[in-house]
Design a protein around this ligand. Structure first.
Ligand SMILES: Cc1cc2nc3c(=O)[nH]c(=O)nc-3n(C[C@H](O)[C@H](O)[C@H](O)COP(=O)(O)O)c2cc1C
Length: 223
């Protein structure tokens, strides 16, 4: 009897130990994810010079800065004007993350600033956003819904950690086209999950390679 009791209590101890270790590992991973998500080296501030070949506008939403960096690289390449869309609800704290998940899941519209942008002077528009729950984040959908894109060629660019759904990009394309634009391409950077995230140099090289491959095709589409 004594032996059985001590066996049970030994098992209990092992189970408690495993539970405690799992909690510690999960907390560690959560902290690592949060720290990693906030760790990026911002590219230098960008201002267009007068050597524009075409009139390009880069509009983006970025919660934690990764999409913003890509937006600046694209803007630099095209000497484009750059507009950041902000959304107070998606602040970098837990409340912002919770709002982000809730709105992404329910496909809710976002409260954004600015809501509209005068695009009359531009031929090529880049729209940038992180991927939230496998689709572009709510602020960029809201922006498209609130603006007209008649006569504009539109390229969507996204950053994300692991994957997005192709159907979501098709739905986004349909929305751009409903608003009068011509959706000509989708480019993206898969940053990688927490353990094997790409460094800034690799990301920069990746986006520049895509731009090298596609820039001329896009320019050829502009009258
Ligand atoms: C609410 C939320 C949902 C996310 N969902 C996905 C997802 O479905 N797939 C993915 O690969 N990454 C997902 N991510 C990771 C972001 O897409 C990724 O970190 C992105 O580069 C962040 O861009 P930002 O720094 O411009 O905000 C999600 C992040 C958040 C905050």
């Amino acid at each position: 009897m004594e032996k059985i009791k001590s066996k049970i209590s030994y098992r209990k101890k092992i189970i408690i130990f495993i539970i405690i270790m799992s909690i510690i590992v999960s907390l560690g991973l959560l902290i690592l994810t949060i720290v990693k998500d906030r760790t990026y080296h911002s590219t230098p501030d960008y201002k267009p010079d007068d050597n524009k070949t075409i009139n390009t506008l880069v509009i983006y939403f970025s919660r934690s800065g990764h999409t913003k960096n890509i937006a600046k690289i694209i803007a630099y390449r095209f000497q484009a004007d750059l507009v950041e869309i902000t959304a107070k609800a998606y602040s970098l704290d837990f409340e912002g993350w919770n709002n982000a998940i809730t709105d992404a899941e329910n496909k809710n519209a976002a409260v954004i600033e600015p809501e509209t942008v005068d695009m009359s002077n531009y031929d090529l528009i880049f729209l940038g956003s992180p991927i939230w729950l496998f689709r572009p984040s709510p602020p960029i959908w809201t922006f498209v819904e609130k603006n007209q894109f008649q006569g504009k060629k539109v390229v969507l660019f996204n950053t994300f950690k692991s994957h997005f759904k192709a159907e979501a990009i098709e739905t986004f394309k349909a929305l751009v086209e409903k608003q009068g634009g011509q959706f000509i391409d989708h480019i993206y950077v898969r940053r990688g999950r927490v353990y094997y995230q790409k460094n800034d140099q690799t990301i920069l090289e990746e986006i520049n390679t895509q731009l090298d491959q596609k820039e001329q095709q896009w320019l050829d589409l502009i009258d």
